[in-house]
Design a protein around this ligand. Structure first.
Ligand SMILES: [Ca+2]
Ligand SMILES: [Ca+2]
Length: 137
């Protein structure tokens, strides 16, 4: 875990950089697809859902979260990813939904930089890295 300062623009720039974004999404997808069948099952997606840290960052639910409630929320997010409702998430579904969620997050952040705790492998961390790489260039 690492604390970084980021704002909406950092995320938008990353998502709009097709090469960087698609590369990270493909990477992430391959890592999550542990049985390598080209689809993410609910179990495989759990790792990703947990890393989104929705309970800390999105809904303001911070303490005493009911495990049933957590499972419900994770399930409803999985359903959002699974556009054709076949019970598995393919790369295209994963990509478009990740993009949508990141843009929604960017909207929420706006222009005011916020300090966030990021996981090493998260998309947000990659967005920050991408921006520093650009600034350095
Ligand atoms: Ca799989
Ligand atoms: Ca699907």
């Amino acid at each position: 875990m690492i604390v970084e300062l980021l704002d909406g623009a950092t995320i938008v720039n990353f998502v709009e950089d097709e090469e960087a974004f698609n590369g990270s999404v493909q990477d992430r997808f391959a890592r999550l697809d542990t049985d390598r069948n080209g689809f993410l099952s609910y179990t495989e997606m759990m790792k990703e859902l947990q890393s989104l840290r929705i309970f800390e960052t999105h809904f303001g639910i911070d303490t005493k979260t009911d495990p049933d409630e957590v499972a419900n929320v994770y399930h409803s997010i999985f359903v959002q990813f699974d556009h054709d409702s076949n019970g598995a998430v393919d790369l295209e579904e994963f990509k478009s939904e990740t993009k949508r969620m990141m843009l929604a997050m960017a909207d929420g952040l706006g222009f005011l930089p916020v300090q966030m705790v990021l996981e090493e492998e998260s998309f947000l961390k990659k967005a920050v890295q991408q921006e520093s790489a650009k600034l350095a260039a």
